[in-house]
Unconditional design. Structure first.
Lengths: 387, 138
């Protein structure tokens, strides 16, 4: 029990674009895959952390999974909820619990099945939200689903930075290039700028290709101080972690759509890891919309303020570039499994199991989770070596 | 009377935190919340002032003027929710009072407002409930 907590198992179900399936079944499958990868069984697990998609569907995974999915007595069982930052926060929670002696092997799971019946998943998000409070006022004003919301952010961001839709195009094309090396990615057809600009506009300036690809799928990771003999991979260490929830307010004089100094979370995590930004080999950034990648690269201090669009247009984010970002295609061209998308790819890269998309000699990964309207940030530094 | 943009199913519930806004809107006035103690303009659902810590808030009628902080033109016309047949605009208005409020335009228009444009606030009715809207001319 002297070993540091590390990620020793990863399980990813197929990422389906076909309607049907249940989140709880996908969660179960992901857990089995992750435990198999770790060389463990459910009997070895004493902690379970659950991340469900937010309340638009009745079929959500929760703490009942402990009973329904064949676990024994657990010492740690929580349903964690800080929106899109949850998956990363679960790993943080698991590491802290193991360090504190509250558990030794913790499974963290997320699964979702937003594609059901005939309507698009985007439509499913638009139909949910209710009529109460501020959300009710916004919905009565035509702000349905998350695309128009992020479109307001995007236009404000492009206005402030002097950017253009070419910047968004560059992010989407880089993600698509990376996706071509990822067998689990949902969209791998080559993409040129003409095809991008011809894509259907959802809410200006965001086209359908600027938006994440929802899938029915699940992902689980195993965090443990154990080093099972049957593990398929070397452990991936969590050498730094932090959260920041900037208190931005919507009032005159403030940029309330983005910013807020989320780089402070990265500063803290890097301090723990004894690393600098320049030591990060791969950057797995929560990217539900193309513009978010640009906003976060700046807010995390990975590029100079106002330059993310220029950096993207230089090709730096794409395979072979200087700033490897979302190397599995991210949520745009890979799959939208919320915080599990960046987390899984960070693990795969540090394991050097990325196949055609593997970044040579990747040892250190940044993984970020993002919740709300860029309100909640959780970050991890993953490394082949313990800190 | 039917709203030009949304179906009646999107009629907002008026009996929650935003009740003073809806009450004033029925009179054609724009009311927004301020901190009672220090006067800070608060977000519409904010219950405690982030500047001074007071939980005493007052909704006051303010001048219905401001500028466009951001804007999007929504092309997806959500079946069952949107009754308009052409793209519509959603505007984030920064009020002279210091608040920001999201709204659409008072009537359908193919001319998109632009960031920095002056904004005058009027009201539309969704199933009898008055909601703020950016005044645009036909």
């Amino acid at each position: 029990m002297t070993d540091q907590p590390a990620i020793i198992g990863l399980g990813l179900t197929p990422m389906s674009l076909a309607p049907g399936g249940h989140a709880s079944h996908l969660a179960s499958e992901a857990i089995s895959l992750a435990l198999g990868d770790a060389g463990l069984t459910r009997a070895d697990v004493d902690g379970l952390l659950v991340n469900s998609s937010q309340g638009i569907r009745p079929d959500r995974v929760g703490v009942q999974l402990a009973r329904s999915d064949g676990f024994g007595d657990l010492r740690l069982l929580e349903h964690i909820e800080i929106k899109g930052a949850t998956a990363v926060a679960m790993v943080q929670r698991a590491v802290l619990a193991i360090r504190a002696g509250l558990a030794s092997t913790v499974v963290c799971v997320f699964a979702d099945a937003p594609i059901q019946g005939s309507g698009s998943s985007g439509s499913g998000y638009a139909q949910s939200g209710g009529n109460d409070g501020l959300r009710g006022l916004e919905r009565a004003s035509g702000l349905l689903g998350s695309v128009p919301t992020y479109a307001l952010m995007a236009n404000r961001y492009l206005h402030v930075t002097g950017g253009s839709e070419d910047d968004l195009c560059a992010v989407v094309m880089a993600a698509r290039q990376w996706a071509q090396g990822n067998p689990l990615a949902t969209v791998t057809t080559p993409l040129d700028a003409d095809t991008f600009f011809a894509a259907r506009m959802v809410a200006t300036p965001l086209r359908v290709l600027d938006c994440a690809r929802p899938v029915n799928g699940g992902c689980a990771v195993v965090v443990s101080s154990q080093r099972p003999a049957g593990a398929a991979h070397d452990p991936v260490f969590v050498t730094g972690m932090s959260q920041i929830h900037p208190a931005r307010h919507r009032r005159s004089g403030d940029e309330s759509w983005f910013g807020g100094g989320a780089g402070r979370a990265l500063d803290e995590a890097l301090l723990q890891a004894r690393r600098a930004r320049t030591d990060i080999d791969v950057h797995q950034i929560y990217d539900p919309f193309s513009v978010v990648t640009l906003c976060l690269l700046e807010d995390y201090g990975l590029v100079e303020p106002g330059t993310a669009g220029k950096v993207a247009r230089s090709g730096a984010l794409a395979p072979g570039g200087d700033l490897a970002v979302n190397t599995g295609g991210g949520q745009l061209s890979g799959f939208y499994l919320q915080g599990m998308t960046p987390l899984a790819e960070g693990i795969i890269q540090v394991r050097r199991a990325g196949g055609a998309r593997q970044v040579a000699k990747a040892s250190t990964a940044l993984v970020t989770g993002l919740g709300g309207r860029i309100d909640h940030h959780a970050v991890l530094i993953l490394d082949r070596q313990a800190a | 009377m039917t709203d030009w943009l949304v179906s009646d199913v999107l009629v907002p519930n008026t009996d929650g935190a935003l009740e003073p806004l809806y009450e004033a809107a029925l009179r054609g006035e724009l009311a927004v919340p301020f901190c009672d103690s220090c006067g800070t303009p608060l977000e519409l659902e904010q219950v405690r002032c982030d500047a001074c810590g007071s939980a005493a808030t007052t909704w006051r009628v303010v001048q219905p003027h401001g500028t466009v902080h951001s804007v999007t033109t929504v092309h997806r016309l959500e079946p069952g929710l949107i009754v308009a047949t052409v793209p519509y605009h959603v505007v984030d208005v920064e009020l002279a009072s210091g608040h920001r409020v999201l709204m659409t335009t008072s009537i359908a228009t193919d001319r998109s407002p632009a960031i920095g444009d002056p904004a005058n606030i009027t009201f539309r009715r969704v199933a009898g409930v008055a909601v703020p809207a950016l005044e645009v001319s036909p």
